[in-house]
Ligand binder design. Structure first.
Ligand code: 5GP
Length: 181
């Protein structure tokens, strides 16, 4: 792995393909184990754009019956004085009574996650678990428990494996970190 330059910034190798693969296998093992006796197949909800690669690789290791769906969170300025309105786009099926596993690429402060969870809970789901490939414990300031965590990382900006820097870098096989200088 060599350093990569995206726009004006330089990134260096941080997590190898094999390290990512190992973390995904371990997440899949836990999920396969926890949902073996589910009444109905769980529904994986993948949050685009960043989670597309993680979702594809994780799902290949899931051996229990399951469904998968992709969502995007849209924020727009409301017409009322309440300010920003969040909306979940892409949910085209009825999630009522279903066991949901939310798939995130990375959890940083947890703000995005909190909004997503609120929007999903409004759909009268049966249960909700959160699975994230990467987690930055330092900036996380939420009470929401993360059920499945792939790899904990320091509070640094990373790209690759679905994650972008200003739209570039999503195609990288490995995860790279921004250089300090
Ligand atoms: P949060 O709301 O938890 O602070 O941030 C979540 C979102 O911020 C992620 O879904 C991701 O889009 C973006 N993000 C947070 N940290 C990073 C990072 O290190 N690299 C990249 N590429 N995006 C990040």
């Amino acid at each position: 792995m060599k350093k990569v330059i995206l726009h004006d910034k330089t990134f260096v190798p941080y997590l190898s393909e094999s390290k990512i693969k190992e973390a995904i296998q371990s997440l899949a093992n836990s999920i396969n184990n926890d949902y073996t006796h589910s009444e109905k197949p769980p529904v994986f909800i993948s949050v685009l754009n960043g989670s597309f690669m993680f979702t594809a690789d994780l799902l290949k290791e899931i051996t229990i019956p399951c469904e998968v769906s992709f969502v995007k969170m849209a924020s727009y300025q409301g017409t009322q004085s309440t300010g920003k309105v969040n909306e979940l786009i892409g949910v085209d099926e009825n999630l009522e009574g279903r066991d949901i596993i939310l798939l995130e690429d990375i959890v940083d402060t947890g703000n995005t996650l909190l909004k997503l969870v609120d929007l999903l809970k409004a759909q009268k789901i049966k249960s909700l678990k959160i699975c994230t490939l990467l987690f930055k414990p330092e900036p996380y300031h939420n009470q929401l428990p993360l059920d499945y965590i792939g790899i904990e990382i320091p509070n640094k900006f990373v790209v690759g494996y679905g994650l972008d820097y200003d739209n570039l870098g999503r195609n990288l096989k490995e995860i790279y970190v921004l250089t300090e200088n």
